[in-house]
Design a protein. Structure first.
Lengths: 86, 285
């Protein structure tokens, strides 16, 4: 499965990226215009959005996967499993 | 291009959707038992639902020459009620020999609770006893990664589970390798806002390849698109992928997985354009 050559991918998806950045900017502006903005500094979701923006700015080749993990609850490998009944 | 939607809840969709899916060349679908949008109060409610999935819905699909298969279980959300779940699980064997039943599903986790895990394991016990295929729902959003890890833990903890007879559904960027590396099949769900878009599904295919992976719409009572799989076909074409690769994901893979089902009957061969009758492909895997 060969991905598109990078220049073609940019050509093909540039407008979509622009559109989605504007959507995101619109959401952040909308939140910012509302009353009681200060209460959001303690909201964990605000920090998650800022961290996600950091991932977007990084050179990581798996940005989508990293953002997914950022928005995921922690997994405990020692969780108590039920036993199969044979 | 002909395609299969291996996960769609047609009882929540209109007959017009069947019509449009037929126009888009949908050859077959499978409909997992799921949460109806409200908690059912009795096992009898599930009995009626299983009759709808095994008797009525295949006939409605057949009006549009779409083959209808289904999966039976009590879904993860209602599995929180352990006593009701046990009544429903006890009723499932009565339906397993119905010709359109592919196996047990969509079992899984929703909020990753102890009760959900108990009932997931009890479904695995049933599937092991009856040697059924298994279709697995993984949780939504922030619960998905943790829940998928827990599901894989339970599957690996049960030596009776054969990974090639299990499909882990609703995988995304952070869970697809958990399924594939465990030897399981996996499904990507093309669903607005909460799951995968066709573009991201195509990205995932570019990253992990086309083996043991399929795509579905999970069309249901929520805002969803029963034509999401054709949209993925378009996206893959737009990225220059070959017809063979696209067909593998949207047709061959779900069919190969389904062919392992106990009730499987090969589809009658379709005459080719010159009148020669092609031989059906042997069940493989
Ligand atoms: Zn579903």
């Amino acid at each position: 499965m060969n991905p598109l050559p990078a220049p073609r991918a940019l050509e093909q998806f540039f407008l979509e990226a622009r559109c989605k950045l504007l959507d995101l900017a619109g959401i952040l502006d909308r939140v910012g215009r509302g009353a009681d903005l200060d209460s959001l500094t303690a909201d964990a979701r605000t920090e998650k959005i800022h961290k996600a923006l950091g991932i977007l700015m990084s050179a990581a080749p798996n940005k989508a996967e990293l953002i997914q993990k950022l928005f995921s609850l922690a997994y405990d490998p020692e969780w108590k499993r039920p036993s199969p009944r044979f | 291009m002909k395609y299969i939607d291996p996960h769609i809840h047609m009882i929540s969709r209109t007959t017009d959707d069947y019509q449009r899916m037929a126009y888009a060349q949908c050859a077959a679908i499978s409909e997992p038992a799921f949460w109806a949008g409200f908690d059912r109060g009795t096992a009898a409610g599930f009995h009626d639902y299983f009759r709808q999935l095994t008797e009525y819905e295949p006939r409605r699909a057949a009006l549009f020459h779409i083959k209808h298969y289904c999966w039976l279980c009590i879904n993860a959300k209602e599995a929180e009620n352990v006593s009701l779940s046990r009544e429903v699980i006890a009723m499932i064997p009565e339906f397993l020999s119905k010709p359109n039943v592919l196996g047990i599903g969509e079992i899984g986790l929703n909020k990753n609770t102890a009760n959900e895990a108990t009932i997931f394991q009890e479904h695995l016990d049933l599937a092991a006893k009856t040697n059924e295929l298994i279709l697995i729902h993984t949780p939504h959003l922030e619960d998905k990664y943790k829940g998928t890890r827990m599901i894989v833990d339970m599957l690996k903890n049960d030596p009776r589970v054969k990974p090639h007879r299990v499909c882990i559904d609703h995988v995304e960027e952070h869970t697809v390798k958990l399924a594939l590396d465990g030897g399981f099949w996996c499904g990507m769900t093309l669903y607005p806002t909460t799951k995968c878009t066709p573009s991201r599904a195509c990205d995932i295919i570019e990253m992990v390849g086309t083996d043991r992976i399929m795509a579905n719409s999970a069309g249901d009572w929520g805002k969803s698109d029963p034509l999401a799989v054709p949209e993925l076909i378009q996206e893959m074409k737009r990225r220059g992928h070959s017809e063979a690769d696209i067909k593998k994901v949207v047709f061959d893979n779900p069919l190969t997985f389904w062919r392992q089902a106990n009730n499987w009957k090969e589809w009658p061969p379709e005459p080719s354009l010159n009148g020669a009758v092609p031989q059906p492909v042997k069940a493989g895997y």
